[in-house]
Design a protein around this ligand. Structure first.
Ligand code: COA
Length: 618
């Protein structure tokens, strides 16, 4: 792969001025770890864990030695945890990307009257992408500043420069995030268009001229006609990218033995992004169905093969109006995806399509169809991939629910952090459903630091559990004043943890760093990391994330464990959108039930706040 290099800082200048991520104090992390886990594991397990943790953290012990090594690592790198985190979070994960890893943005349903309308929308969107790419190239993208808690500090912009230049290459044991190396080759100048499971190269610069919207439309029309030709149709090779990562790496290894396949793969791996022109799904395009269709394409029987999951940005345009973006998560976070997508949609709104209705006459060469030589071995692998994707699609249980009784303005009026309040509500709802607390992940941005990505806010606090219990098991035991105090304690605990995490003092990255350092030093793995409590601490039955938007669209993703929920929420002034996912195969979970309890819990919390402020009578 001569033109792709292992991903690294694509733009050294953009980190200027930001501090390096700190290495938290060892004892503080260990104490926090025990505090976080005490109520999540049986008492006996906890006692054992405490002994193990105390030994690890003892003066002159293994913990201190590893901590020293982390400090050295911090001195020598822009961000000491970045590589460890990237491998652990994404590249070592063998699960299929759709549903398990790739989040999606879902656009409002578009009203296309004809197939040409969908192509016009696609041409307009590609024009917006090219404008955005120019902003990136000229470094004219304004720097983001933190909002909400500890607002005002500048944020690392590194992730933006990976939107259109990265590719996740599957590997037999571990994937590689590769980046275009602009000093050797020019930046990629083509987009791959997927249509009827066929892949086409759409050059966006021809004879040193960037195609305008009209040219793009003309080229898309040609692609659409070429794809309709059944005689030319090739197998749905994109299905292979929806496989488990090891399976896809093995299939790719077979594919690249043929030079035609090698050339096709090379074109896809070096493209700017994908544009997937989808067939109508035949489903009613509710919010939930659009979310499902974006997450898995409706399986191989619909548009599931009309994708290339390794590529970070895939714009999906369905002729039935089901549109959005599918994102390979390893190069950037959802917030960056939202910022980029909002720019594109605002650009499209602000600069109406420049197309005239008549078809344009153009001298442009026809886009090239990518060819594949599929041996019987590949055909068999394709059939297996289709079967797996079919099962994955059937397994996903999704509920997109707009809670409309109130939004973040009501919560702010209670002098509470909206994010903390929503997290406490999620803990409360889970407790209502299952009568137990579970390890919870909430992503906290650490972009205040060089190359910062995220750490974890462990929202399953003891205080949140106490609130869930007081409102469920002890409904009549506690007075309203007492319940309100318990709620405030839970919100404070959550807010404090948030501040800890966003200032680089979270415990998850630190523990990961200590563990990976032990691996790197080829030491026997310290018991703290082989202990059952550590395993439990990393099984995120609730995987949550705030992804707010300012235009009409929403983000969602799947659960990260078989018996868990993925909960993406989008707080608005007077409403909160929740996208709750789980797996049908688990008899522990049900997205509808969770949403029903969540709605009730949010109403009970409102009632409590209003009673406390004297607005409602008790
Ligand atoms: N009283 C009144 N208002 C309050 C308040 C209080 N006690 N606490 C906070 N607020 C206000 C804030 O000032 C802010 O106001 P704004 O809307 O005018 O900016 C608003 O409420 C929201 O603040 P809050 O709810 O506390 O959350 P936040 O915006 O700071 O977000 C995180 C918290 C953890 C979500 C955020 O720091 C973060 O890390 N986001 C990134 C998540 C991410 O990466 N997601 C994608 C993963 S793929």
């Amino acid at each position: 792969m001569p033109v792709l290099e292992k991903e690294q800082s694509t733009n050294p200048g953009i980190n200027n001025g930001l501090p390096k991520l700190p290495v938290p104090d060892l004892q503080h992390t260990l104490d926090m770890y025990l505090k976080c886990m005490k109520h999540l594991v049986p008492e006996e397990n906890f006692r054992r864990t405490k002994g193990i943790v105390d030994k690890f953290g003892a003066p002159g012990g293994v913990g201190e030695m590893l901590q020293q090594q982390l400090h050295k690592r911090r001195d020598s790198k822009a961000n000491w945890v970045y590589d460890y985190w990237l491998d652990d979070m994404y590249l070592n994960n063998r699960l299929a990307l759709p549903v398990n890893s790739s989040p999606v943005m879902v656009f409002p349903k578009q009203n296309f009257k004809t197939d040409s309308d969908a192509l016009r929308f696609a041409a307009h969107l590609i024009s917006a992408v090219l404008e955005y790419k120019t902003l990136l190239e000229t470094h004219d993208l304004p720097v983001d500043f933190a909002r909400g808690q500890l607002a005002g500090t500048p944020l690392c912009m590194e992730q933006y420069y990976k939107l259109f230049t990265s590719y996740r290459l599957p590997g037999p044991k571990k994937d590689t995030l590769v980046a275009q190396k602009s000093s050797v080759m020019p930046e990629p100048e083509h987009i791959i268009v997927a249509c009827k499971n066929q892949f086409f190269v759409l050059d966006v610069v021809i004879n040193f001229r960037r195609l305008n919207e009209k040219d793009l439309y003309t080229q898309l029309e040609k692609i659409s006609k070429m794809a309709a030709n059944e005689e030319e149709r090739l197998p749905p090779i994109g299905l292979l990218t929806s496989e488990g990562r090891t399976e896809w790496a093995e299939a790719r290894h077979i594919l690249i033995k043929d030079s035609t396949n090698r050339d096709s793969l090379d074109m896809i791996e070096r493209c700017l992004c994908l544009v997937c022109l989808n067939e109508p799904s035949g489903l009613q395009l509710t919010d939930t169905n659009r979310a499902l269709l974006m997450l898995h394409g409706g399986g191989p029987e619909r548009n599931g093969g009309n994708r290339w999951y390794d590529k970070p940005m895939q714009f999906v345009i369905g002729s039935d109006g089901c549109c959005g973006v599918v994102c390979e998560h390893s190069p950037f976070e959802g917030i960056v995806l939202v910022q980029c997508t909002e720019y594109l949609l605002k650009y499209m709104k602000g600069s109406p399509s420049k197309l005239v209705r008549a078809a344009s006459v153009s001298e442009l060469p026809a886009p090239r169809r990518l060819r594949w030589k599929c041996s019987s071995e590949i055909q068999a692998l394709l059939a297996a991939s289709a079967d797996k994707l079919h099962r994955l699609a059937k397994n996903l249980d999704m509920n997109v629910h707009k809670f409309t009784k109130y939004g973040k303005e009501f919560i702010k009026r209670q002098k509470m952090s909206p994010d903390a309040y929503i997290q406490v509500a999620l803990q409360f709802a889970y407790y209502r459903c299952h009568r137990r607390p579970v390890s919870t992940y909430e992503s906290a941005s650490i972009r205040r630091f060089q190359e910062g990505r995220v750490d974890n806010i462990r929202s399953a606090t003891f205080e949140a559990l106490s609130f869930g219990k007081a409102m469920t098991d002890g409904r009549s035991t506690f007075s309203n004043d007492e319940k309100m105090k318990i709620l405030k304690d839970a919100i404070n605990a959550q807010t404090n943890y948030t501040i800890l995490a966003i200032t680089g003092m979270g415990i998850d990255n630190h523990l990961l760093g200590l563990r990976e350092m032990a691996m790197e030093l080829r030491m026997e793995m310290p018991e703290i990391f082989t202990d059952e409590t550590y395993t439990v601490s990393n099984q995120y039955i609730l995987s949550t994330s705030q992804v707010p938007t300012t235009v009409d669209m929403f983000c969602c993703y799947g659960p990260v464990v078989p018996n868990g929920y993925g909960v993406c929420y989008n707080p608005q002034s007077d409403a909160i959108l929740f996208c709750v996912s789980s797996f049908n195969h688990s008899d522990e979970t049900c997205s509808n039930t969770f949403v029903k309890h969540l709605e009730e819990c949010l109403l009970e919390m409102e009632g409590l706040c209003l009673r406390n402020s004297g607005v409602a009578s008790s």
